[in-house]
Design a protein around this ligand. Structure first.
Ligand code: ZN
Length: 70
């Protein structure tokens, strides 16, 4: 027994990637992105900033959205 654990972990990782992909695909608010993350103050990659309306780096945004869901 341990297969389901591996599975759960794989699903979790897939889920995370999917939420990031969904977030990138979502229509974003227009407007300038922040150059640095609102939460951790890390620099936001230019490719992410280019999306517009970005306030957080990817990890912080993921955490933020997870927190919203619960
Ligand atoms: Zn951050």
């Amino acid at each position: 027994m341990g297969d389901w654990l591996d599975n759960a972990k794989a699903i979790e990782e897939l889920e995370r990637e999917r939420s990031i992909a969904a977030q990138l695909a979502k229509p974003r608010p227009t407007g300038p992105s922040r150059s640095h993350c609102k939460d951790c103050d890390n620099q936001i990659p230019a490719a992410r900033q280019a999306l517009g309306g970005i306030a957080r780096c990817t990890p912080c945004q993921t955490t933020f959205e997870k927190g919203n869901r619960r």
